[in-house]
Design a binder for this molecule. Structure first.
Ligand SMILES: NC(=O)c1ccc[n+]([C@@H]2O[C@H](COP(=O)([O-])OP(=O)(O)OC[C@H]3O[C@@H](n4cnc5c(N)ncnc54)[C@H](O)[C@@H]3O)[C@@H](O)[C@H]2O)c1
Length: 489
């Protein structure tokens, strides 16, 4: 991370002193910086004389005292509180009074680190994302003692480097690592419970959710040990909150050295470089006609597809589900298909949320397990007739994408309510810091804040009441907005 940040500052025309206690690390950092400077994309060219001039502005050193000339020092040593405090204490001793000190920590409390300093007002968190050269976001973390001028100076500096800074109050995981946790924790729970396998889950996120990568692919790319460490630190910081409970399977994989891509094996095996795709569920069934209610949000999209497929569509004023040949087909509302069948006395098949039912290639479905196989074939056949690949997963409250998205929105709402961030910053942070297709507030707008509350409360009833507790802010939004998502000015 240190070499990435150095490259960024060099490319913007600054002289940089790069300090590491290991000579060998400095050598490889210098090579990495030069490689980065000579391979920048056209949108971020090196200013002031190109890569050659930039690398001449770099001063590698093993002596911390050589940083005394700097106006800004970004600490990016190992994630160990003792080491960081020692380095920060030494830095304060060497640097001049006007130097701004920052830490790139991902998981340590910035306020706790500042306790080792005599002048904590000039210290803040500056959380870059990996790889620094391509990730746009930087979280500017204000600790309780950080002065406004320090925050402003860091914000301006990051903007000047062509990055997008967001303000964050010092709290565990800041924005991105915290709000992204359900993206890893919910899929691992589904895997543990045997609801779906990793290929199915990754395919649902990619093809139904519009994510660039599924959670298991991404954990393998990040490194499972890194991902697990972040989850563990949030789990501890939030008093062992069930929503952040680390997955047992991931822990045992890490213990066995199966870290992901870098070790050749993680959730996937990378020997042949291919991860495979899940087998879609196929059936030749095709209903003659379907009943589509006007009170179902995505009914128009599915009705249009059915009509295009030559299926007769009968509009009915209400009913909350599409009906055909003796069963009901509905978007998950947080209840399992089994629960919904019992509640209504009808046979239910559920489908998961998708960003685009019209253009999307995949649909995930779940069937009440007490019904016979033919129901699954019928539901799969219907979606096949609409041109969709069908992923059949086990019957579970909230299904896969809906459960995960609602939990991310819930976490974002908690962050906002606790003053960690605001609506705009949380969306920006999740898009730029985690590459999500939509930020949590945009998801909330799409799903509807009322529906999110319903999904969470149904999941709470059928699942873990603690894990799926609805944020009081979502409750308030749902109560006050008549179902619309309230955008703050
Ligand atoms: N790797 C990531 O994806 C990532 C992302 C965001 C933030 N971070 C944070 O950035 C920091 C660094 O992470 P990294 O992945 O680059 O770690 P790293 O282990 O690759 O690099 C840390 C460097 O610090 C040096 N170092 C250790 N003790 C030192 C000391 N006393 N004085 C000088 N140098 C010392 C080490 O020699 C090493 O080269 C951590 O706080 C981490 O949480 C990492």
């Amino acid at each position: 991370m240190g070499s990435g940040i150095a490259e960024l500052a060099l490319a913007s025309g600054h002289p940089v002193v790069l300090c590491d206690c290991r000579d060998t690390a400095l050598g490889s950092a210098r090579r990495a910086v030069f490689h980065g400077l000579t391979h920048r994309d056209g949108r971020n060219p090196v200013s002031d004389g190109g890569a050659g001039a930039a690398i001449r502005r770099l001063t590698p050193t093993v002596r911390l005292g050589d940083l005394a000339v700097c106006d800004l020092v970004v600490e990016a040593v190992v994630e160990d509180i003792g080491t960081k405090m020692q380095v920060l204490r030494d830095l304060e001793r060497h640097c001049h009074a006007g130097t701004v000190l920052a830490t790139n920590t991902s998981s340590l409390p910035v306020g706790r680190l500042s306790e080792c300093l005599e002048y904590p007002g000039r210290f803040a968190g500056l959380h870059f994302f990996n790889p620094v050269s391509t990730m746009k976001l930087v979280e500017v973390v204000r600790a309780p003692a950080t002065r406004e001028a320090t925050v402003q100076a860091l914000y301006e500096r990051v903007l000047g480097w062509g990055k997008r800074p967001v303000h964050v109050a010092d709290s565990p995981g800041f924005i991105v690592n915290r709000v992204a946790r359900p993206f890893y924790c919910e899929p691992q729970r589904l895997l543990d419970e045997g609801v779906a396998d990793i290929r199915q889950i990754d395919a649902i996120f990619r093809h139904c959710g519009g994510f660039r990568m599924g959670p298991f692919e991404l954990m393998d790319l990040i490194g499972n040990e890194v991902n697990l460490a972040v989850t563990r630190s949030l789990y501890e910081a939030f008093g062992k909150a069930p929503k952040f409970r680390p997955g047992a399977l991931q822990a045992s994989m890490v213990e066995a050295g199966n870290l992901g891509r870098k070790s050749g094996k993680g959730w996937y095996e990378y020997a042949d470089g291919r991860k495979g795709v899940p087998a879609g569920c196929r059936s030749g069934y095709r209903p003659d006609h379907i009943e589509v209610p006007d009170d179902m949000d995505m009914a128009r999209e599915l009705a249009a597809l059915a009509r295009d497929a030559g299926i007769r569509v009968v509009r009915v004023p209400e009913g909350g589900a599409i009906r055909m040949d003796g069963f009901a087909l509905a978007l998950t509302d947080g209840r399992s298909a089994r629960c919904r069948s019992i509640d209504s006395g009808e046979k239910f098949v559920l489908f998961d949320m998708a960003v685009d039912y019209t253009g999307g290639s995949h649909v995930a479905i779940a069937v009440d397990p007490s019904t016979d196989e033919s129901l699954l074939c019928q539901a799969a056949g219907f979606f096949n007739a609409l041109g969709k690949t069908v992923i059949a997963i086990g019957d579970t409250p909230g299904m896969c994408l809906m459960a995960t998205v609602c939990m991310m929105v819930n976490e974002a709402a908690d962050c906002i309510e606790q003053g960690v961030t605001n609506q705009d910053c949380v969306d920006l942070a999740m898009r730029l810091g985690a590459n999500h297709p939509l930020g949590p507030m945009a998801w909330a707008e799409r799903v509807g804040v009322d529906s999110i509350r319903t999904v969470l409360s149904n999941m709470q009833r059928e699942g873990d009441p603690d894990r799926y507790r609805c944020s009081t802010l979502i409750e308030a939004w749902a109560d006050c907005s008549g179902g619309d998502f309230p955008r703050l000015a």
